[in-house]
Design a protein around this ligand. Sequence first.
Ligand code: IPM
Ligand code: MG
Length: 368
Amino acid sequence: MANPSLLILAGDGIGPEVMEQVKRVIDWFGAKRDLRFDVSEDLVGGSAYDAHGTPLHDETMAKALAADAVLLGAVGGPKYDALDFSVKPERGLLRLRKEMDLFSNLRPAQCFDALADFSSLKKDIVAGLDIVIVRELTSGVYFGEPRGIFEEGNERVGINTQRYTEGEIDRVARSAFELARRRSGKVCSMEKANVMESGILWREVVQKVRDTDYPDIELSHMYADNGAMQLVRAPKQFDVILTDNLFGDILSDCAAMLTGSLGMLPSASLGAPRGDGPPRALYEPVHGSAPDITGQGKANPIACILSFAMALRYSFDQGDEATRLEQAIEAVLADGARTADLMGADGGQPISTTQMGDAILTALDNSL
Ligand code: IPM
Ligand code: MG
């Protein structure tokens, strides 16, 4: 049988640097666990624009649609700030999400024991935190029509449209409930049903899916502004948070920062099942392209490596190997290895991107 295919789109900024370390980890699994992938690489974002004048070439789009999973680094950077909106690096990522129909975006926010001191919140509020935000990713105000900047009388008006169909809400709700079944069975859904009709429909459909097909799930609803407040007040009250595209964008940055380790958080964006095979899927770190530290060997590769762990679990049915990789990373952190982003006020000598990769490979060897 052919090996599963993995398309790597390292992207811009620190993307290629952190992806170098992921490739070493992929090779380790091939050599030591006989878990082999057909890896191919291509461009996305600013680097694709530089090469082809578009942030995502049609050929790359076709490869992504055909791949068993896509692993993405990061896109964007100040070099591309002045580009026309239609060819900005972010448009490449949004096109991948939309055309691959990756409607369910899983964003775990987990506070690693060794790093609880790095949170901007008090340690006891975040220690042991382990939540997942399920963000709807292919609809809502990011994609709704009409959109644009139009002339109206003697001034311009900027328009974006929040739009959700019942089907779109239904399918992402199901993915949150399925995930919750593998965790604590608890989901909190967030919208603004007090001011938005789309929020009213969201709440109704989520409740109906729960009542019809997931009666074992403990479902609560919260207005998204209250949700943001509760996330910083007492984040451990949550397990799975289900929300729309825009609220999910904001709430997931907030949740990520709670953990004190933005450089450590992975994400998975999943589509509908395809026959017997895995769903279309794209895995990427939550952090951005970090132009301020690009090319200096300072970037933390852990978020990108953990994204590969999510690929092992969700696309390749290798939950045990994913756990092996996650535990190797925990061991490395417990051992005191720190990239520059994880240095506390007490100082110490940070290790480089490559040295973090070395440490993780050694911990993987030790796991055998
Ligand atoms: C994210 C990012 C993206 C988004 C940008 C880069 C388009 O902020 O993945 O959270 O807004 O969805
Ligand atoms: Mg964001």
